[in-house]
Structures are given as C-alpha cells and as structure tokens.
Design a protein around this ligand. Sequence first.
Ligand SMILES: Cc1ncc(COP(=O)(O)O)c(C=O)c1O
Length: 341
Amino acid sequence: MTLGREKIHFLNTPTPLTHLSGISEDLGIDLYLKRDDLTDFGTGGNKLRKLEYLVKDAMDQGATMLLTVGGAQTNHGRLTGAVAAKYGLKAAIVAVDPYPGEISANLLLDGIMGCPVYLVQQDGVHTDGELQAAAVAKVTAEWEAKGEKVYFIPVGGSNELGILGYYDCALELASQTKEMGLTDVRIVSTVGSMGTYMGLAAAIKNENLPFHLTGISIMPRKDAAGEALEYYNRAKAFHHLPETMTADEFDVNCDYEYGAYNNPVREVREAIYYMGRREAIILDPCYTGKTFAAIMGLTKEGIIRQGEKVIMIHTGGIPGIYTRHHREEMEKELKDYIHII
Ligand SMILES: Cc1ncc(COP(=O)(O)O)c(C=O)c1O
C-alpha cells in the first residue's frame, strides 16, 4: 500500500539496477540502468507499475473490461491488454490513427493477447481529441450493451492514481542505491504523458529521497515545467501530499525531442545501435532511444558532469523497433550485416 492506496502486486520487483561498465567508461560517467523493461507480462515496460494500481481500482469498482487510448502502437495499450488477459478481464484500445499497413509490433501483440484495437480515422472536421472522446463513448456503449462494465484508463495510465507506480519505483531505487552505497545520484526518466516522471518527482519530494530527477521529453511541449506543476497539484490534492512544489523544481529537458513524437531520427537509431553493440541492451526508437541520446548529449554539454552517477530508467517499449516506419529505416542501415553465402 502506498499513500493509502492498494495495488495488485503482480510484478517481479525489485527490477535489476545494472551498471553499464562499457558505456560508463566511454562517457566518463557512472551509468546504471533500472531494468523496468524486464517486468512481467506482455513483454514488459513501465506501464505495468501504474497498472498494478489501476487494475485494483477497476476490480474494486466491479469492472469487467479495461478501455484505454493512445496511438495505434501504444505500449500502454499493449500492457493494458496484457494485464486484462492475466486477470480474466476484457480490454480494448481506441486510437485516432490510420491503419499502418501491417499488423506488426504492438498491434501484433495486442491481437495475440486478445485485445481489440479501434482505429479512428480523421475526418478533417473534428479534432483528434473530439474524435477520440466520441469513439470512447461509442465503444463503451457497445460493450456495456453486451453486459460488460467498462473502466476507462487515460492515455499512458497517467492520472493521479497511476503516479503511484513510479512513487513505488523511487522508493525501490532508494533502497537499492542505499544497499549499493550509491550517493549523489541523478535519475533520468523519459517524459511522455508524464506519469512516470511525476511518480518519481512526487516521491523524491515527499519522501525526501536523495535524488536529482531529470526528465527527457520525447515530444515538443509548450511549457513542460508548468505542465508538471499542474499535474503535481492535481496529485497533491488527490493523495493529500504534504509538500508544495514550484515550477522551477521540475527539471524536464525538451532539447532532445527531435521535433515530433515517435519520428524516425538517425541520432536516436545510432544511440540504439551503440547501446546494443556496447551493452547488449535493446532500446526503442520512440522513448528510451531518445532518452539515451539525451544522456549522451547532456554529458557532451557538461550538464551531466564527468564522474556523475546516473540511473536511466529503461521503461521498455522494445516492440517499437518492429513498427514499419522505424524498421524500414533500420533495414536500410543494417542491410550490410546480412551475408548470403
Ligand atoms: C516505453 C515507454 N517509455 C516511456 C513512456 C513515457 O512514460 P509516461 O507516459 O509515463 O511519461 C512510455 C509511455 O507510453 C512508454 O511506452
């Protein structure tokens, strides 16, 4: 139980905290990876920590079905489908996105785990938000007419309850770093819908944990610190958190978003190849690849100091390398690795 809320504890935590000796040596920092990509079910990832709380809440409310939203290739949707399969619930995903031309990556895994995906087409009239809301209402009504009780989970599982997953992760990191004798640590986390970052930030502040937290936004944002403060204040009210925060306490770096969400970027792929070749760990092109590219960039800029201890959260997302637009770029770059003899 955290902040008075219970969860269904289905993860094999603590996840490993692994030292990356080769990259540490190359970059002149002390880099560790928090292996949240190794969490159970549906090929793993950060959303499972949030879902431990969200599924408990859904079951307490008597829900029989989880409904969530995201892009066609949502990792969060895939993991919502995974947890539903494990706990005998139904699940569905609504995405305002065109059909990507093939059933691969997360779409394939969704189908394997029995989770339908509703792809809503843009109509040139309504905003994506309006189209999504209308589709959620329609799909909910359809399933409720069949006798299901639908529990809605917002994008990325990033609501007030969802932050508890990474609140717990920060506490877990505090005990792991203590055991390992690591002090003066910077945690670097990807920022998408912000629930992961906010859980960590809320715990660091309210539990007085000895970490500096840097978020890496993987998409353009107008006012990252303002967004974080607004989210924190909602969470503070919901959980009755004692600590007040100000916008300048949120370190969300937007210099490595590379122009758009989930776009193919050469530097990000190079970061992925470097991690694969030096540490045999696979990153994804949408989230963790950008975050690792940012760690290299911030080290070069001197913002991450030489010798600094850095923990990057590996939030998963590996199916992303199999999405068509990323895979095709990598195929061009890696074709010389195939030798037909
Ligand atoms: C693999 C992966 N990493 C990081 C994130 C970002 O987490 P959050 O949405 O909590 O900011 C996501 C969100 O979809 C994700 O799928």
